[in-house]
Design a protein around this ligand. Structure first.
Ligand code: AMP
Length: 549
C-alpha cells in the first residue's frame, strides 16, 4: 500500500528558495584582504543565482545535464554557482585548484565540461590548460585578476558581472527528478586516475538536513561558519547547502588561507564555527602562539578529512575552542561520522569519545569487514575495513559521457556497500576509531602497527610540530615503521628521546628504529599527509635516515 503523502522532489532549488526568503537577511561575507570584507545577503545571492541561470541558458546555451565547472576559491560568487547550476538542471563540477595540471586536464575532459567559471586570480592556472580542453566552449571570469592570459585562446570569454547585468532575478526553476545529477567531484586520485562521484539533488538535500542536526554540526541563524574547507573539496562538507536551510551565516576566506589572515578573520568577524582539515588548525595554532589573537567566538570547530591528533584537540581546549572530530570521503558527501560524546559525561569521561572518529548519523550505516570477508562484531577490538551505505553514499563512479557507471570490486561490495579503504574498530556503543588507511597499515612480522597511533603519540611531544609514519621494507619483519618528524624551532630532543617518549604509549615492538627529520610533511592537494611521497623519498634515498639500535 502506498502512502497518502505528497511526493515533492527534494531539489536544490527548494533549498535556495527557502534560504533566500525565510533567511534572506543571513549573509555570506567574503574576505578581500582589504579594510572591509565583501558582504552579500542570502536574498541577493538568490537573485543573482537566478540571473546567472538566465545567462547560462540564454547566452551560453547551457542545457539540462551539461557540466558547468568552477575553478574558484570560497566566495559568494561560488555560492551563487552552487545554487544556479544544479537548480537549472545542469551539473556543477567543482575543480580542485591544487591538482597537478595533467589531472585537471583528465578530469575536465572526462566530465566533458562545457563551461568553466573561474576566479580572475586563477587564470594563470587555467589558461595553459585550455588548449587541452576541447569540450570547454566558454570561460566566465569573476573578480580581480589579469585577463590577458586568455588572449588568443580559442574559447569565448565572458565577464561574470556583465553576464548577470540586466537579467531577470526570477528563474522558473524546473521540477526535476530528485535523483538527477546535481554536482560532481573527483576523488583526489592517490592511485590511478581520479574517479568522479556524482551527487543527486536528493543526496544533497538529505545530507544538508543531516549536517544541520544537533548530532552533526547543529548550527542556527545565530551562527557564523568560517568555511575554510574548500568548495572544491566535497562541497565544502555540505555547508553552502546546509546554511541556506537554516540561515547560518558564512564567512568565506577566498584565497586568504594562510594562518595570519585566518586568525585576523576570526578576531574581526567572530565566527562561532569553522570547518577545516587538521593541517589548517596546526598552522593556526603556531600563528596564534607567535601573534596572539582572540579566538573566543568559536564554540565548535568541525575537524576531519584526516585523523585529528589528540594533542591538537588538547591545545585548542586550552584556548577555549572545542574541536569536534568528523570522518568522511568524497564518496560520502562527505558526512560519515561525527564524534559527539554521549550526554551526561564529565570532561574527563568525554575525552575517550572525542578522540574517536565518532558515530554514524541516521542515514549512514557502517560495518567492519575482516580480511576473509566476514562481518566483524562491534567489540572495540576486532579491526577490519569500514564499509558504509546510505542515501548520500556513492554506489558507483561516473563512467564518462557514453560509459556506464563503474563499480570496481575493490570499491564496492557485491551487495552494494562502499568499501572505504579505511581500517578501524567500532565500540559496542557505535564509536568508530580508525587506525589506518588499508594501504598505510604497517605489517610487521604478521602483526599490524597503526601508523596513526604512532603519529598521534609523537605529535603529543611538546617539541614535535608534525609527524608522519610510513611502512618501509625490512628484511627481517617484512615491514617496519619509519618515523619522519618536523621539530619545532629550538627543539633539543633527539631521536632516542622521542623513541623513549613513544615507549610511554605504544608497545615496545611497535617502536620505530628508523627516524628522519624533515622540514615539512608532504601534503596532498587537500592538505592531508601524502604518505606515498614519503615512501618514494625513502626508496629514492632522499631522506637522511638514522637507525637506532
Ligand atoms: P577524500 O575523499 O579526499 O576526502 O579522502 C577521504 C579519506 O580521508 C578517508 O577515506 C580517510 O582515509 C581520510 N579521512 C577523512 N576524515 C578522517 C578522519 N577524521 N580520520 C582519519 N582519516 C580521515
Amino acid at each position: 500500500m502506498l502512502s497518502t503523502m505528497q511526493d515533492v522532489p527534494l531539489l536544490i532549488s527548494r533549498i535556495l528558495r527557502h534560504g533566500m526568503t525565510i533567511h534572506g537577511k543571513s549573509q555570506v561575507t567574503t574576505w578581500t584582504g582589504e579594510a572591509e570584507p565583501h558582504r552579500r545577503s542570502f536574498a541577493e545571492i538568490g537573485a543573482r543565482a537566478g540571473r546567472l541561470a538566465h545567462a547560462l541558458r540564454d547566452e551560453l546555451g547551457v542545457r539540462q545535464d551539461d557540466r558547468v565547472a568552477t575553478l574558484m576559491w570560497n566566495n559568494s560568487e561560488h555560492v551563487e554557482a552552487y545554487f544556479a547550476i544544479p537548480s537549472m538542471g545542469a551539473v556543477l563540477h567543482t575543480l580542485n585548484l591544487r591538482l597537478p595540471a595533467e589531472q585537471l586536464v583528465f578530469i575536465v575532459n572526462h566530465a566533458a565540461d562545457r563551461v568553466v567559471l573561474v576566479n580572475g586570480t586563477l587564470l594563470p592556472l587555467l589558461a595553459p590548460l585550455l588548449p587541452h580542453l576541447p569540450t570547454v566552449e566558454h570561460v566566465v571570469v569573476s573578480g580581480i585578476g589579469d585577463r590577458s592570459a586568455l588572449d588568443g585562446l580559442d574559447v569565448s570569454v565572458h565577464e561574470y558581472e556583465e553576464l548577470l547585468e540586466g537579467r531577470s532575478a526570477d528563474y522558473d526553476w524546473p521540477e526535476l527528478d530528485e535523483r538527477q545529477a546535481a554536482a560532481m567531484c573527483y576523488t583526489s586520485g592517490t592511485t590511478g586516475d581520479p574517479k568522479g562521484v556524482v551527487y543527486s539533488h536528493r543526496s544533497v538535500y538529505l545530507h544538508s538536513m543531516q549536517v544541520n542536526m544537533t548530532e552533526s554540526m547543529g548550527l542556527t541563524d545565530k551562527d557564523t561558519s568560517l568555511v575554510v574547507v574548500p568548495q572544491f573539496h566535497v562541497n565544502a562538507w555540505g555547508l553552502p547547502h546546509a546554511t541556506f536551510m537554516t540561515g547560518i551565516n558564512m564567512l568565506m576566506p577566498d584565497r586568504f588561507l594562510q594562518p595570519a589572515p585566518l586568525a585576523e578573520m576570526i578576531e574581526r568577524e567572530r565566527p562561532t564555527h569553522a570547518a577545516a582539515v587538521p593541517t589548517i588548525w596546526q598552522g593556526l595554532l603556531a600563528e596564534v602562539a607567535a601573534n596572539p589573537r582572540d579566538l573566543s567566538s568559536m564554540r565548535q570547530v568541525t575537524i576531519g578529512g584526516a585523523a585529528c591528533p589528540p594533542s591538537l584537540m588538547e591545545a585548542y581546549d586550552k584556548l577555549g575552542v572545542r574541536l569536534c572530530h568528523a570522518w568522511g570521503m568524497t564518496e560520502t558527501s562527505p558526512l560519515g561520522t561525527m564524534a559527539h560524546p554521549p550526554s551526561g559525561l564529565s570532561a574527563e569521561e568525554e575525552w575517550p569519545y572525542r578522540i574517536t572518529q565518532g558515530r554514524f548519523p541516521a542515514g549512514v550505516e557502517g560495518r567492519l569487514v575482516g580480511p576473509g570477508g566476514d562481518v566483524l562484531p562491534w567489540d572495540g577490538t576486532s579491526a577490519g575495513e569500514l564499509e558504509v551505505r546510505g542515501s548520500w553514499i556513492a554506489g558507483a563512479y561516473y563512467g564518462g559521457v557514453s560509459g556506464e557507471p563503474i563499480r570496481p570490486e575493490d570499491k564496492f561490495s557485491s551487495d552494494g556497500w562502499l568499501k572505504t579503504g579505511d581500517v578501524g574498530v567500532i565500540s559496542p556503543d557505535g564509536f568508530l576509531t580508525l587506525t589506518d588507511r588499508a594501504k598505510d597499515v604497517i605489517k610487521s612480522g604478521g602483526e599490524w602497527i597503526s601508523s596513526v597511533e604512532l603519529e598521534n603519540a609523537l605529535m603529543a611531544h611538546p617539541e614535535v610540530a608534525e609527524a608522519a609514519v610510513v611502512a618501509v621494507p625490512d628484511d627481517k619483519w617484512g615491514e617496519r615503521p619509519l618515523a619522519t618528524v618536523v621539530l619545532k624551532e629550538g627543539a633539543t630532543a633527539d631521536y632516542a628521546a622521542l623513541r623513549e617518549f613513544l615507549a610511554g604509549s605504544v608497545a615496545k615492538w611497535q617502536l620505530p628504529e628508523r627516524w628522519a627529520s624533515v622540514p615539512a610533511v608532504p601534503k596532498t592537494s587537500v592538505g592531508k599527509f601524502d604518505k606515498k611521497v614519503i615512501r618514494r623519498q625513502y626508496a629514492d634515498g632522499e631522506l637522511d635516515v638514522t637507525t637506532l639500535g
